[in-house]
Structure formats: C-alpha cells, structure tokens
Design a protein around this ligand. Structure first.
Ligand SMILES: Nc1nc2c(c(=O)[nH]1)N[C@H]1C(S)=C(S)[C@@H](COP(=O)(O)O)O[C@H]1N2
Ligand SMILES: [Mo]
Length: 417
C-alpha cells in the first residue's frame, strides 16, 4: 500500500533516534542485531530514508476511496472545464432543499448567476482561512489513508453569504457525479456543527489546498469538504452543491451502506515494521503508527504472546495480558519539513509560533511509535499492539463496533530462532 510505504520512510527517520538511543544505552543483546550493530551503521541505514522524511503524506500517495464512472478527475480537460471541475469554471450552489421549508434570503444559484466561484472563494480566504492537520481515514478500512495539512474557507462563511434565516436544521452536500442520480455520493452535518466548533476543534472547511499545494482532482479538487473530526465519508470531494434543510435526519450515502455515520475518529495503533523472523537471543525491533481520535492518546503498547500458551480466557480484548509500553515519537518542527513554504504556519490548538506541536499526539492526526522487545526463547509468537486513550481506555474499547471505524487489535506472527 502506497500510503504505508510513505509512512514507513518517514517513520524510519523518526524512529532512528529511538533505536540508536537504545543501542547507546548498552542493551546487552543489541550488538548481535545486524541493522543496529553500531549506532553509525544504523544511522547510515536510515539516512537514505531521511531524504524521504515527511510527516505529511504527498497528495498522490494517499490511498483513494472513490466510486464514480468515469472518475471525475479522469475526464478530459475540456469536459472538466465544462462541468466545473477546474478552478476557472468551478461553481458552488447554496440553496434550500427543495423537499423542505428552509428559507434563505440570498440563495447562491447557477441560474441567477449568484453561485460562488473560485475567485469568490479566494476573496473569502483572504479575509478568513483555516488550516489544520488531519488524518484521512475510511471507517471501513483498517489503516489510515494519508496525513494532511488541509487549508480552506470555513464552510459557515459561505453559508452566511446565502443569508439563511429560518427552518434550518441540517446541511446536505454532494459533489459532481456525472449527472447520474445513481452515482450521487452525499453526506450531511447538523447545522450547529458547521456554525460553531466544539472547544478545541477545527472548523468544517471548503478545502482548496493540501500540504501547501492546490488540491488535485484526485484528492477532490478543485474544492472538497473536510470535516476535521469525522471519518472520510463526510469529506465530500468535487463539492458543487449544498442544501440547507429542515430535515432532522441524515441523508448520507454511507448511512444506506450500514455505517455508523455519527462516529468520531477513534484511537488505535497499527504496525509498520514487524520482523517475521528474528534470531533467538536478539531483541525484536517494531515500529508503527497510531491514530489519535476523539479521546486522544496517552500510550501505545505491545504484547508478545508465546503461541504455545492459550490466550486469556473470557477476555476478548486481552486486557489482562502482559502489555508493555512502546515509545510515542514526537517529530517536533520536522512535521513541516516538506511543506513548500517556510516557515510552517502556526495552527490554533495544534502548532505554536515556533512550529512545535502544542501537545503530542494531536487529536485527529497520526503519530509514530517504536518498541524494542527483549529477546525471547526459540518459538512461534504472536505480537499485538494497542492504544490507551486519554480516558485511560484501551483499544478497541470504548467503541469496538466495526461500522463506526475499524479499530480491531492487530496481530502479527513472529518466528524466533
Ligand atoms: N464525491 C465523493 N467524495 C468522497 C467519496 C466519493 O466516493 N465521492 N468517498 C468518500 C470516502 S468514503 C472517503 S473514506 C474519503 C477518502 O478520501 P481520499 O480518497 O482523499 O483518501 O473521501 C470521501 N469523499
Ligand atoms: Mo470511506
């Protein structure tokens, strides 16, 4: 998977210091591990990854979750221009849901020539733009799709242009869908979430930039919605229409597909590097990523289980197992190393004026972690990782159901000897 190859490269760099420190601390067995035989060799091995060190996933290396035929960004340029999929021709309508009684004094419509165009969006951005770090994750896929710095105009600024004044309880929105009703992919939010951000939370935005560059067609450009605290299906790509409605129920395409559409991002850990085989007497170096969701993250833990032994009985999430803390790695200002513009921006609730994260890990983003597991006797083992959130709750609790976001405890087989 491309995204995880990318994470691996970045990861090698942030984890390098960790392993060198362990080696320097004189762990008795580390000398027998070729890769870490001496700290300089380890540094060399990793230095080739250093060039690729990026906390942020390059736009084209995100994993795509898309379902339109043809895919909007693969249409010929002429057609993309015609249907508003280029900045020069993009238009956004903000209208009352025709099936509802919402009232807007100044709907933004193509018909009346009042729809918002790209220069109009840029004029709003000049007055008030937002940017924030957020990991894109599909609730149906067990690994994050990519980590981004997203920039856009708060959606509420555009909604207020349309002067809504009564009977508005939700926002419905959809993107370009080849004008085929059966290809509509849509989502919705309570109007309150759009107009006001919960404490410490980022605004819902009309996003036109990712990692300091224009949002590409593949990532949902020219403009997509980004909902900072939600799973990917709320972040509609190729956005063109917003309906204000008095309906109190959601109309999300994902609701029809048996998903929990009210789910906030969850906290969970994944392995990136986990050796399939190690020599007896050698420690086991493992690394991974973790998503810090709604309840943040305090710990990543690993547990090496001898496959000959039985698993804890009546304890399906292994809460009584012998979990050991891994190290959560803070990239510091290096998170911004590959942004095209310097210095990196300060970000409310996330990045201070010196480019340092205000805390680590940040909610709704990724972090990297590493662990060096002491050597064990010859045999077959099962290695698992999990997170502990800021409420002290261990993965996959408190929300273990698959349809609100895949967060099952991951297991890798390791052979020793
Ligand atoms: N118009 C449109 N927007 C969409 C989708 C889509 O199929 N069409 N997929 C959604 C889903 S389910 C996810 S998980 C994210 C994935 O975003 P990405 O492809 O940029 O990684 O986009 C969301 N936005
Ligand atoms: Mo998704």
């Amino acid at each position: 998977m491309q995204a995880s190859e990318h994470h691996a490269a970045l990861h090698a760099a942030v984890t390098r210091r960790f392993f060198i420190r362990q080696a320097g601390a004189g762990m008795a067995t580390i000398g027998s591990l070729k890769l870490f035989a001496d700290p300089t060799a380890a540094a060399d091995t990793f230095s080739k990854h250093l060039a690729a060190l990026q906390y942020l996933t390059p736009s084209e290396e995100f994993r795509n979750v898309e379902r339109h035929k043809p895919l909007p960004y693969k249409l010929p340029l002429e057609k993309r221009r015609e249907v508003g999929l280029e900045r020069e021709t993009w238009k956004l309508e903000v209208i009352a849901d025709p099936d509802s009684n919402s009232r807007l004094r100044k709907p933004l419509t193509k018909k009346k020539g009042t729809a918002l165009d790209f220069p109009g969006l840029m004029a709003l951005a000049e007055k008030n733009k937002a940017r924030f770090l957020k990991v894109m994750t599909c609730n149906n896929i067990g690994n994050p799709l990519g980590m981004g710095l997203w920039e856009g105009v708060p959606l509420r600024d555009v909604i207020w242009l349309a002067q809504p004044d009564r009977n508005v309880r939700r926002v419905f929105y959809r993107g370009y869908h080849n004008n085929k009703p059966n290809q509509i992919f849509q989502s919705s939010l309570p109007i309150g979430r759009v107009l006001e951000d919960p404490p410490g939370e980022q605004p819902v935005i009309l996003c036109y930039q990712l990692n300091g560059k224009p949002l590409t067609g593949q990532r949902g450009g020219p403009v997509r919605i980004i909902v900072p605290d939600a799973y990917g299906f709320k972040s509609i790509k190729w956005i063109q229409q917003i309906f204000l409605t008095n309906h109190y129920q959601a109309n999300d395409t994902y609701a029809e597909q048996n998903n929990d559409i009210d789910s906030k991002m969850k906290t969970y850990a994944r392995f990136l590097h986990c050796p399939k085989k190690v020599e007896a007497g050698e420690p086991i170096p493992v690394t991974g990523v973790a998503q810090a969701g709604q309840s943040g993250l305090t710990k990543v833990q690993v547990w090496l289980h001898d496959a000959k032994q039985s698993l804890p009985r009546g304890d399906r999430y292994y809460t009584t197992a012998d979990w050991k803390d891994a190290e959560v790695l803070n990239p510091g200002p290096a998170w911004a190393d590959h942004l095209p513009t310097k210095p990196a921006p300060a970000i409310p609730h996330q990045i201070d004026a010196n480019g340092n994260p205000v805390s680590w890990p940040l909610r709704n983003t990724l972090t990297h972690w590493a662990a060096l597991i002491p050597s064990v006797p010859k045999g077959k083992y099962e290695l698992r990782c999990r997170t502990i959130d800021q409420n002290g709750v261990a993965q996959p609790m408190p929300r273990p159901f698959q349809k609100s976001g895949g967060n099952a405890i991951q297991m890798e087989a390791v052979r020793v000897g």
